[in-house]
Design a protein around this ligand. Sequence first.
Ligand code: GCW
Length: 711
Amino acid sequence: MMLFTKTLLSDSVKNLVLLLLFFGFISNGDALADDGYRLWLKYDRIQNATVRTSYSKSLSFIAISGNDDILNNAAKELQTGLSAMLGKQIPIVKNPVANQKGIILSVSAGAATGDGYAIEMKDGNTVVSATKEVGVLYGSFALLRHLQQHLPLEKAVGQSSPKIQLRMLNHWDNPEGTIERGYAGSSLWKWYELPETVDPRYTDYARANASIGINGTVVNNVNASARFLTAEYLPKVAALAGVFRKYGIKTYLSIHFAAPKTLGGLKTSDPLDPEVRKWWAEKTKEIYRAIPDFGGFLVKANSEGEPGPQDYGRTHADGANMLAEALAPFNGVVIWRAFVYKADPNADRFKAAYEEFAPLDGKFAKNVIVQVKNGPIDFQPREPFSPLFGNMPRTPLGMEFQLTQEYMGFATHWVYEAPLFKECLDADTYVNGKGSTVARIVDGSLHNYPLTCIAGVANTGSDRNWTGHPMAQANWYAFGRLAWDHTLSPETIAREWTQLALTTETKAVTAISDIMLRSREIYVDYNTPLGLSRPWTGSHYAPEPWQNRSSRPDWTAIYYHRADSLGLGFDRTTSGSNALQQYRPKASSAWLNAETCPLPYLLWFHHVQWSKQLSSGRNLWDELCHRFYTGADSVRWMQKQWAGVSTSVDPAIHADVSGRLAKQYKEALWWRDAWVLYLQTFSGKPIPAIYPKPDGTLQQVKESVNSYLMR
Ligand code: GCW
């Protein structure tokens, strides 16, 4: 609370609020309309006196020894949280106070290893211990999370260690402050002001990340500007790194592969050229002089027009290894993205990453991770898992999820993404027999990867509430929690987040997490049911299934849905592109046949006739109508459910979400009508009589989309 209000209130007002808090006159929640800034670190005063008194008795001091930045921040966070929740100032002390019970923070060999922590009860004290300072920080946040849910203190006891080493956010932020695919304002990083002015918000960003175990951040867009490597920008990046470091977060940069040419004035950026290698080695040294704990480089190369090693007839491995060599003396890593696909009119984009990367397995240097998007194409509302997972046993593969809702309704549609993340992590690749899940590949346990990594493309921006849609905060939260422990369920995380960020009233928690858990499936139903996808170019927001013109065929809508008079869907079986062959037979066996293919994936793999009877008992056309209509209609259920919690949630947040839901409903109808009317021109079938007629004609829907696109 204190840190989070710092940017809002002057010191004198803040002191007054604290004083009032101290004497219990007001609760935090009552004092200010909630603008969402505090995220899941609200630390509202505990209203239940029994709980408050029992915590007060056991948590009357916070003891730390030494003077480490990370430990100090752990203690400070506990102090902030406890003082606000208990309504009295809890002191930070060097030694436990005799005859009192409190919290002891301790870094000790033999405690939980790696980044992990242990919470124990010893002589009435609550001891948070770890082998590293950052583990103590994570343990402190875990304890606070526990207390924010008003759970019995003794139940906080336990140990926890993250399953994945590098848990990162990838920001697609540009030097001029815009964010590619960002829907929450402009960049958090005020490049123009840095490094002289360091916005306190950077600290709050670091706190939020550390609270869920995120330990790395790539601050700039993968469509990278070489500017970030200049003497002008490096001090700015270093200033951010200086803040993040104190919360255990390493800073990384996306690099522009052609920087030796564009920035260094060399004739080439060929990774095998000695001058180029030298240039990167020198540049890397310069970066480490400015940022001694710099994490490494993230690279998008030879993808969507970005330069890369293939411009010189070299491979992705050649490019990655050159950078790896420059970073190795500093223990830095190269995170090389597998998101590549060539402009080949006869190719299936689905197959591209596998075709490019699988043959390179084992050819990458030790400090290279290949980062793979969860699905084979591009962050669609539902995709099968990428067939690369499992097919590069000798190359650490990292996971890339997208938190920002590029294909999921920007900041208007409420889509809780944990079920999507989990669906992919739990998918079985069968590469080493049953149980070879994507999660076990990413956490390194299946192939003994020495490096493990998971990244989320950030959904944060300068909006006061960080994520635009207040409920999108849950996607940031869920990503961090799953990066730490992929065995957690979407439901556990939804309930936990709701309690921390919105309300602790049990009924409301259930009602809200019910919406969250259904929200992604509802979105899929009105947006891309039965395995439709929509990665065509354009706004990525408005429905344009008719879009058929672009500089490349795989940037049109018709390339993906393949609607014709016979049916709908992309044939990826042997009679089509045969992309299914990239999976192990056991993983794909159900998908191979349209009769057995689960409906959510049907049109990903099959071109299905309009009148084909499906396992649901409906034919394809009727099933599509059913999904589009029930999906859109379910937004009304979301609205009703949300209206029911109005007295349990802060009124400002409640009103904000209600407004977004009203818009979401309108736009769900928009998507429904666009698809149904467009597909009807191929199927020639009537919309089943049980459903109302679309709101307009196809022409009218097209016009409304055009006018949206002209905005
Ligand atoms: O989904 C596409 C986006 C691009 C993005 C690209 C990528 C950063 O539309 O905006 O570029 O993916 O992941 O590289």
